[in-house]
Design a protein around this ligand. Sequence first.
Ligand code: NDP
Ligand code: 2IT
Length: 447
Amino acid sequence: MTEKLNLDCFMQEVKAKNPNEPEFHQAVQEVAEDIIPFVNEHPHYNQAAILKRMIEPDRIVSFRVSWEDDNGNIQVNRGYRVQYNSAIGPYKGGLRFHPSVNQSILKFLGFEQVFKNSLTTLPMGGGKGGSDFDPKGKSDREVMRFCQSFMTELHKHIGPNRDVPAGDIGVGAREIGYLFGQYKRLENEFNGTMTGKSLEFGGSLIRTEATGYGTVYFVDLMLQHRGDSVKDKTVVISGSGNVAQYAAEKVIQLGGKVVTMSDSGGFIHDPDGIDADKLAYIIDLKTVRRGRIKEYAEKYGCEYHAGKKPWSIPCDIALPCATQNELDVEDAKVLVSNGVIAVAEGANMPTYIDAIHVFHDNKIIYAPGKASNAGGVAVSGLEMSQNSLRISWNREELDQRLKEIMKAIHDQCLKYGKENGYVDYVKGANIAGFVKVANAMLAYGVV
Ligand code: NDP
Ligand code: 2IT
């Protein structure tokens, strides 16, 4: 008879074995709260120690990245790739360039990615990588030299059937271009090893928009399930990068009103709503001019709140789209008391666990990132398919596939998360994501 798992003992062991990794502990705890009761009811998973095996990455590669800045000084950063789990497909997940990057953050992201990718219905394992390199304030040439040095090591560990990186915070079209260019040069091969590529060299339509669009499609599905929709809703968004920009665009297209966006300096509050023209300004500001969101407030004469997050602004829908742990228990209480209906994560793990509990206790519709932001990696999966087939699908076809995938994720959340009329999307996503990977691992025996 296999012993049942106990959440506290399990987490104690995780913390002892992975010291000084608070983000990783948090991501495991969020999953374990749902999976431990589930595996205790399905003891064949415990017998095979599936959960214990799933929290251990297949491998972590860590390496030195030396490069020369524009002044001729030698700079040294640390690069990583966490290859988490390949039970259902090649490792797949983004690269993050941000000064905060460390092993804990990349392990949490890689772990989440395993569940997220499983939910997409596509054959992708989970991984994540990146560096503590800060692209802010660097010239294009410095970014290029960094990317080339980073790829000079990374290329040994990736490949179209092994591990397929993409973008994340600080890694957009510019960085993917430099990274793929160096990969191709080193391997002397043109293949689908990276996604998020530009359209001229194997990229997919809709990939740029996919995470933000998918998040809003998911919100609309959650609201439809309650006989409601995004139309006429007031929406508070954090972030002003890739995910936030296209979440805002889709909200506007569906008839909602976006009243905030932010960056690491603070947030702007535009009570009249950010319309398509104002959003075009933000996209240019953030992706071309690489400026600060504060400039929006100066241009359009609205409020800028330095050093603050936007959760105090009354809204129907809140979309955290910037980074991890940007919405705490006090923020959650304020959102609830202001009448929020739905919260969906465009970012990965933006909400602290006790803030999630506040949403659940108040029966707020709440979607974890592994469900609501899976549209990005899903279209990355479609980019891989197009690269393998050497074809390109058109925009309508890809948008349709994205919608179908978000619907399939929503259905999986309902299957495992619906109880007495309320849907616990965290539980639904965790169990559905787990079952597919776990069953593959069972089939492989002890590996
Ligand atoms: P970008 O680099 O394009 O934008 C990041 C945004 O978040 C910027 O507005 C940035 O502000 C802000 N931000 C970053 N770090 C912090 C911080 N420590 N504190 C406050 N604000 C911060 O990244 P993405 O839009 O691609 O990613 C945003 C989130 O979405 C991340 O959690 C990412 O993991 C997740 N995600 C991304 C996907 C994708 O396809 N790109 C897919 C699924 C999830 P500033 O400009 O001041 O740095
Ligand atoms: O967190 C994520 O899902 C991403 N950054 C996208 C990963 C990908 O491989 O497209």
